[in-house]
Write a protein that binds this ligand. Structure first.
Ligand code: ROI
Length: 166
């Protein structure tokens, strides 16, 4: 069975735009995962400790035959291939891949929480998600559009309109 899932991408180290473009291509070529949509590419002010570079952010839709945990393993493989080192909490990173949604499923396990626990607080997640699926309803019945309207666009700007971004 195929499930539509949404993944947030973020990077603020080592040519962030390139990190994100490469990550999308790698995810699309991963067995059991097919790219189904891609947001604009955004630049965003860092949330978290000050003094770190601005981020590049985007969101993709994928269709996958992988289970949520297998999808998480796949995302962590791609992160590790980009030299991701897990060090400071909320510190700078070469590539961050967060599973936002997996169909309508709610997952609460030690390794994985879906919907992503902070997605409703982050405009660099909600606005790119709006690019792909403006009519999306989150598990629990909340409309993405309503959340995104409340959030606003502070600190967020579009740097490329259409995938492939460059
Ligand atoms: N801030 C922005 N703007 N974008 C991110 O992707 C991002 N990711 C993070 C923290 C460190 C919370 N801040 C971020 O993990």
């Amino acid at each position: 069975m195929r499930t539509r899932a949404y993944i947030a991408l973020g990077s603020n180290l080592e040519q962030p735009e390139l990190q994100l473009q490469r990550a999308v291509d790698e995810i699309d070529s991963f067995p059991g995962i097919t790219l189904a949509g891609c947001s604009k590419l955004y630049q965003s002010d860092p949330v978290g400790p000050p003094g770190q570079p601005d981020y590049c952010n985007a969101v993709i839709a994928v269709d996958t035959t992988l289970t949520p945990i297998a999808l998480l393993d796949a995302m962590q493989r791609v992160e590790n291939d980009h030299g991701r080192v897990r060090s400071e909490r909320w510190g700078p990173r070469t590539l961050d891949l967060d599973i936002l949604l997996y169909g309508n499923e709610v997952v609460e396990s030690e390794r994985l929480t879906i919907p992503h626990y902070q997605m409703h607080l982050r405009n660099f997640v909600l606005l790119p998600l709006m690019d792909i699926s403006p009519d999306l309803m989150l598990p629990g019945g909340m409309q993405l559009r309503k959340l995104a309207e409340k959030m606003g666009q502070d600190g967020l700007s579009v740097i490329a309109e259409q995938y492939p971004w460059f």
